[in-house]
Design a protein around this ligand. Structure first.
Ligand code: FAD
Length: 475
């Protein structure tokens, strides 16, 4: 007889593994199926995020930032270094061990929470007795049954037509995280989060980096003032970013990659690089899921169609994370996972899409939550803005990292915070205060009246809130 579960989650990324743990916490007999293999063929749960996304990229960003600081940043502190070297194999090895710690941590959490883990590919077989039969194809093959199924199969990197990934010269995020030696010239197609982060890593280590972007505006999703500041800083750092380009062809040869493109002025250009990272977005992944077997509805782009509560067109089948609509972010996937497990338990799981933070882990970091100034203008919302530069923050000066600012946008009448935008040191951490404030519908005045530790970067947040009412104290 096949094993029976209350909840089976297909996919063990941040959406899936968290959903399985929450379901088990709520008393369900829960299983998670994930097919990711480590280099020895063993299980490596955690999905894109843990294996080739959030975690390894931050490990390399950290290593490359240390290298850059040692090369330039330490001199002001009176620390001089000579004969600075980077051992790329060691750096990649450290990144791999950080990934493995996370994989092992998830396997431990499954045990602790009594989630049954299956290593293999999960696919729909049929709807049966009000539930679903799922085939698990791993080292062996078995069929299990589930009352509820949560599809959390994530996404894959989008390929550029005519330039398939070989992960040697033309790299997806996977190959970009394990380049064996610093390329002399690196091309990046796409100036989104992944392109900027990967471009920054290899630039800091010595590559000459050119980023080609099809859109005419840089970081269109960010607040315009932040995007402008970022473009200025990245240019100064040596990242060559070309906007409004149209790629004509990509030629991959043993010696490197040649990209032909038309620039924003309409002139034909050629870029010859040793390696090319293509980061032009990601596509929902349902490869091998066999959605047809049960009639699971996908949209024209291959994403699983869901409503606001992550319900699909099938009873008791849910879908979360990158495989559905919405921002492709690990924390969005996690929140949806928790909410769905709670809805299965008859609770009122909720995800507030208006307070999902966005972070780009470049240097300076960029983070925001809520509306941008251009969006408020377009919507005709009356707002007040307040901005405070890190240059006027004591902790930032002590750190030697004074680039950027914190910007608040608040409703002109009620003073409710509508958006917070940060470019500067530790923006990824600072944004949490704004997320909490917005979740509690705080006003800018609420933040302005809270005692913030001195000296801390968070004082810039308080001062930006004060700036909304033109009452900054230190600027
Ligand atoms: P995934 O993490 O993609 O996991 C899906 C899992 O399902 C995978 O393990 C896959 O092997 C498995 N699977 C698929 N089909 C099947 C099947 N049929 N049977 C069994 N298993 C299956 N987001 C952030 O929030 N912060 C960041 O800093 C960040 N950095 C990123 C950096 C890079 C380079 C990249 C590429 C992405 C980054 N992201 C970041 C995005 C983040 O990784 C994704 O949003 C997140 O992983 C989505 O989680 P998920 O659970 O939906 O899917």
């Amino acid at each position: 007889m096949s094993k029976q579960f209350d909840v089976v989650v297909i996919g063990g990324g941040p959406g899936g593994y968290i959903a399985a743990i929450r379901a088990a916490q709520l008393g369900f007999n829960a299983a998670c199926i994930d097919e990711w293999k480590n280099d020895k063929g063993g299980p490596a749960p955690g999905g894109t995020c843990t294996n080739v996304g959030c975690i390894p990229s931050k490990a390399l960003l950290q290593s490359s930032e240390h290298f850059e600081h040692a090369g330039h940043g330490f001199a002001d502190h009176g620390i001089s270094m000579s004969d600075l070297k980077i051992d790329i194999a060691k750096m990649i090895g450290r990144k791999d061990s950080v990934v493995k710690q996370n994989n092992d941590g998830i396997l431990y959490l499954f045990k602790k929470n009594k989630v049954t883990f299956f290593h293999g590919r999960g696919s729909f077989v049929a709807a049966k007795d009000g539930g679903y039969e799922i085939k698990v194809a791993g080292a062996a093959e078995e069929t299990i049954t589930a009352k509820h199924v949560i599809v959390a199969t994530g996404s894959n990197a989008r390929q550029l037509p005519g330039a398939p990934f070989d992960e040697v010269n033309i790299l997806s995020n996977d190959g970009a995280l394990r380049i064996p030696a610093v390329p002399k010239k690196l091309g990046v197609i796409g100036s989104g989060v992944i392109g900027l982060e990967m471009g920054s890593v290899w630039r800091r280590l010595g590559a000459e980096v050119t980023i080609l972007e099809a859109l005419p505006a840089f970081l269109g999703a960010a607040d315009e003032s932040v995007a402008k500041e970022a473009a200025k800083v990245f240019k100064k750092q040596g990242l060559n970013i070309e906007l409004g380009v149209k790629i004509s062809s990509v030629e991959n040869a043993a010696s490197g990659v040649t990209v032909k493109y038309t620039d924003a002025k309409g002139a034909e250009q050629t870029l010859a690089v040793d390696k090319l990272i293509v980061s032009i977005g990601r596509v929902a992944n349902t490869i091998g899921l066999n959605p047809e077997a049960v009639g699971l509805k996908l949209d024209e782009r291959g994403a699983v169609v869901v409503d606001d509560e992550c319900k699909t067109n099938l009873p008791n089948v849910w879908a979360i994370g990158d495989v559905v609509r919405g921002p492709m972010l690990a924390h969005k996937a996690e929140e949806e996972g928790v909410a769905v497990a709670e809805r299965i338990a008859g609770q009122h799981g909720h995800v507030n899409f208006n307070t999902i933070p966005w972070v780009i882990y470049t240097s300076p970091e960029i983070a925001w939550v809520g509306k941008t100034e251009q969006a408020l203008k377009a919507e005709g919302v009356a707002y007040k803005a307040g901005q405070f530069p890190f240059l006027a923050n004591g902790r930032a000066r002590a750190l030697g990292d004074t680039t950027g600012f914190v910007k608040f946008l608040a409703d002109a009448k009620t003073d409710e915070i509508l958006g917070v935008h940060i470019i500067g040191p530790m923006a990824s951490e600072l944004i949490s205060e704004a997320v909490v404030a917005m979740e509690f519908k705080a006003s800018a005045e609420d933040i302005a009246r809270i005692c913030h530790a001195h000296p801390s970067l968070s004082e810039a947040t308080k001062e930006a809130a004060l700036a909304v009412d033109k009452r900054t104290l230190n600027f």
